[in-house]
Write a protein that binds this ligand. Structure first.
Ligand code: SAH
Ligand code: DHB
Ligand code: MG
Length: 221
């Protein structure tokens, strides 16, 4: 019952304030046709990422977990010309689909998708001297979120923003005796975060078309 209401309200708000344009619609449609899981951010969440990138006046963005490039398109649209977004994706089929979607959205010059497990690609980014980043969006495998966050702090500029998706997952986050690696990863991440002296952070719950979930927003001191 509540899920149905959340979805209707989400649709109402998204239709008004974060409507899908042809490029976003095409990205969703092509991702569906390619058999990708439909776990991208909602359009109003995408709009929030776009607004945060604008607030940051972001010129350099890092994303962990590309899927079909839906969130990538929202984020890259906030970049000025000459800006850059690097997105890391372990699944080559997801990465190929995303590259096509991003090119169709006219954003190819701004976006580089690297294929591989993020924990292998992050040290390479650092060695190449890429970054520091103005905004980092963590949305890959949940079990490794604590490690991704440490890397994100390391690769952020002072004042950099780090957004971590899916920290609540229908309240599973409360379960201290689960063997679900995704839940345990998020619990470990939030516990680490509580004593992290490098950032100011908060966490908010969300409801909507993606169910009951939430995100962490952190700013590097
Ligand atoms: N940010 C996307 C959704 C990402 S879904 C959006 O909102 O549009 C999570 C993605 O992380 C999936 O595509 C999955 O293949 C990828 N992934 C899983 N494990 C990974 C890893 N170890 N390194 C990089 N990406 C990974
Ligand atoms: C899943 C991953 C996500 O990034 C998300 O937003 C929702 C679900 C998943 O792996 O199930
Ligand atoms: Mg997510």
């Amino acid at each position: 019952m509540s899920q149905e209401l959340w979805e209707r309200v989400d649709d109402f708000l998204s239709d008004l304030l974060a409507p899908q344009d042809p490029a976003l619609q095409a990205a969703l449609e092509e991702s569906r046709k390619a058999g990708l899981p439909e776990i991208q951010v909602s359009s109003n969440q995408g709009k929030l990422l776009f607004l945060l990138a604008q607030l940051q006046q972001a010129r350099s963005i890092l994303e962990l977990g590309t899927l079909g490039g839906y969130s990538t398109i929202w984020l890259a649209r906030a970049l000025p010309s000459g800006g850059r977004l690097i997105s890391l994706e372990a699944n080559a089929h997801h990465a190929d689909t995303a590259r096509r979607n991003i090119a169709a959205a006219g954003l190819a010059p701004l976006v580089e998708i690297r294929t591989g497990p993020a924990l292998e690609l992050l040290p390479i980014l650092e060695n190449e001297g890429l970054g520091p980043f103005d905004l980092i969006f963590i949305d890959a495998d949940k079990a490794n979120t604590p490690e991704y966050f440490s890397w994100a702090v390391r690769l952020s500029r002072s004042g950099g923003l780090i957004f971590v998706d899916n920290v609540v997952r229908n309240g599973h986050i409360l379960n201290s005796s689960t063997d679900d690696p995704a839940v345990n990863g998020m619990r470990r991440f939030l516990t680490d975060l509580s004593t992290n002296t490098h950032v100011d952070a908060t966490a908010l719950q969300t409801v909507g078309s993606k169910g009951h979930d939430g995100f962490v927003l952190a700013r590097v001191r």
